[in-house]
Design a protein around this ligand. Sequence first.
Ligand code: DAH
Length: 333
Amino acid sequence: MQKKLMELKNLAEKKIQTAKDLQALKEIRVALLGKKGELTSVLRGMGKLSPKERPQIGALANKIRSQLEAWIEAKREELEEAKFVQQLATEKIDVTLPGAPITVGGVHPLQAVIEEVEDIFIGMGFEVAEGPEVETDKFNFEMMNFLKDHPARDMQDSFYITPEILLRTHTSGVQAREMLAKQGEVPLRIICPGKVYRRDQDDMTHSHQFMQIEGLAVDHNVTMSELKGVLLTFIHKVFGEETEVRLRPSFFPFVEPGMEVDIYDPQKGWLEILGAGMVHPRVLEKAGYNPERYTGFAFGLGVERIAMLKYGIDDIRHFYNNDLRFLRQFQSV
Ligand code: DAH
């Protein structure tokens, strides 16, 4: 019996050492030490031994069992390690290979201008407001002091949906909306960017749809000099501190006095960039502000105009054609 056990041990050692992978090792383990395994069946024969032999063989069998277990465990570790090393080799990533290019979008130049202007005015205490593009005659014209027969109200000039509803022709109507919403409270300082629509023939400088940014301040003692200061700050930030500015008297129904603001371009001369003025007393009154107690200023600028001057773009249609060769130039803006 002792001989049988020693034989089993020697054979087992060879089997364990030559196991080629973890699965094979597992099978060897079952074959040796399992319930129906070789060692177990040898031990079954122990009943036939003399009482003197039995403890000796029992002790030897236990020693062999531990020895086999230790070999199997050592082999298991060795195979695990080999498997891991192989995995590292096959799953190795070459970090020096060129990556697949990632296509990222850019900010549209009009959006870039809007965001820049918003930041400047937020820095001066303004909030950003929005109004609807489908607007009523009441807010687009009536509240802004356009008389019933004003030419802008002509079907030839504006896109009407019904006689009372149209695509807004300017962002100025948001002034009245915001004043009404504020219910006579001050201070009110807002800017409103958005799309506007006019029945123009599209060409280099005209588009039937374009963008404006409206500004409005209403408070006690809002003055023309504050308006001038705000506009100069804005222009100098967008076009550079050295930019020359000219204020010219002009007329808009919703301001009195009204003006147009020009900047000087060394190549092109004076260029109009926005309209502005002191809010007309009738506009304040219609929107619930007593013009005896409050004053206001307003301004409206064309976003395309600003973007064209700032980036040297010669045709307004570039903004709307979505030509990637154009848009890609603004990817880092
Ligand atoms: N709404 C005018 C336009 O579309 C622009 C404008 C001029 C807005 C003067 C104003 C302003 O707020 O005070 O041509």
